[in-house]
Design a binder for this molecule. Sequence first.
Ligand code: NDP
Ligand code: 2IT
Length: 446
Amino acid sequence: MKNEYLLKVYNDLLIRNKDEKEFLQAVYEVLSSLEKVIEKDSSYEKLGIIERMVEPDRQIMFRVPWVNDEGKVCVNRGYRIQFNNAIGPYKGGLRFHPSVNLSIIKFLGFEQVFKNSLTTLPMGGAKGGSDFDPKGKSDGEIMRFCQSFMQELQRHIGQFTDVPAGDIGVGAREIGYMFGQYKKIRNEFEGVLTGKGLAYGGSLIRPEATGYGLCYFASESLKVMRNDSFKGKKVVISGSGNVAIYAAYKAIELGASVIAMSDSKGYIYNEKGLNIDYIKEIKEVKRGRIEEYLQFDNNTEYQQGKVWTNIKCDIALPCATQNELELNDIKKLYDNGCFAVYEGANMPLTNDAVDFVIKNKMLYGPGKAANAGGVLTSGLEMTQNSLRMSWTKEEVDTKLEQLMRGIFHNCYETAKKYADEYDIKTGANIASFIKVAEAMKAYGIY
Ligand code: NDP
Ligand code: 2IT
């Protein structure tokens, strides 16, 4: 990054937020793509657009007390970072994981602003969550935690203000407990959360949406950039949660075999392909570990530790968490024949790993574009709630597929205009930035 204005904003942020490693990384990734637009239009600097974009509208942090099954009072920290609502109400998931801290929620909120802009739907960006660890907790403990979390969060959100959803550690069960608590405290039945159950305003295809959307984006990229498809490809996926499972189903439906998946403890590998129904049963019903797959199929290998970079494959779909693939991992994947990486997770590649991918002309889908299908379908859930009706599976899936293919084209055309066709990172950042920046300009200074 050479532009003086961008460097100054970044260096100021570095001083003020020096401990927020993930947030600084996400900001650097975006700012380093914006040089050409900033140099072409001096109004961005004059109006302080970048300074205003890197500072959240508001950061909410709160105490979450809850009682465990032994009757002991426990305390966690809750967060909601409302980053930017220039193009619509704040929107973004909630993450429950022991690693959650301010830096992680801020990076996720910052990314969400640009991702939501790419969806073409009217949604601003936010993120929230807690350092609560759902692993090993009983249903009763999860319920009491979610109720306490919502007791405070409810005063900051609303269907026209801020609409949270799921992320790591937050799925249909947690959304149900939180929606019930919101409805009770506020005495309002409104689409304040997405990812709801079908019985109370949820959308068909929302559980599948991020994984399906990732494969729609990938298949458009394969078609346009290589005249190719998923057919016959060997795919490796990290994670075995919501995003990973439905990405695996869709990749298989499109003709690929998924040969490896993982969790935070290790990965499973079977050259002939994995059976995703077993993984769904282990993760969604038993809430167990991926290692238990071996009980269903003893021809599969299990390895402890970091994901699968030593496996021969064609396409990698990192769908677990941030910074899971570093430069050396990507180099190994590349040496093993992998030619495409599409990010189901948020920021799964370090910035130097992304640079390697682009430099070596691997096909690439940055998270803010490739995993936008989840929030996009959340946007469709909000629309259905406003209309007080629900669309069929086919209607939602068709909209998801069309919009994801559209996101690829928007990023690809913008990449060609400002950089080169393999630099989809720059394409995604510039295309999403311009829309948010134009809205901010229209409002004047406030
Ligand atoms: P889940 O909680 O359903 O699954 C998370 C998966 O990632 C699990 O397999 C988990 O393993 C693994 N994982 C989580 N943290 C770590 C870690 N620190 N190290 C290694 N593995 C880890 O979450 P989702 O599938 O919803 O989310 C996965 C990613 O996708 C996240 O980056 C999220 O931000 C992103 N995303 C999610 C969307 C959604 O709609 N849900 C939308 C867009 C992006 P284990 O069980 O062992 O912890
Ligand atoms: O990272 C993400 O885009 C999500 N976790 C989904 C957010 C949403 O509001 O559906």
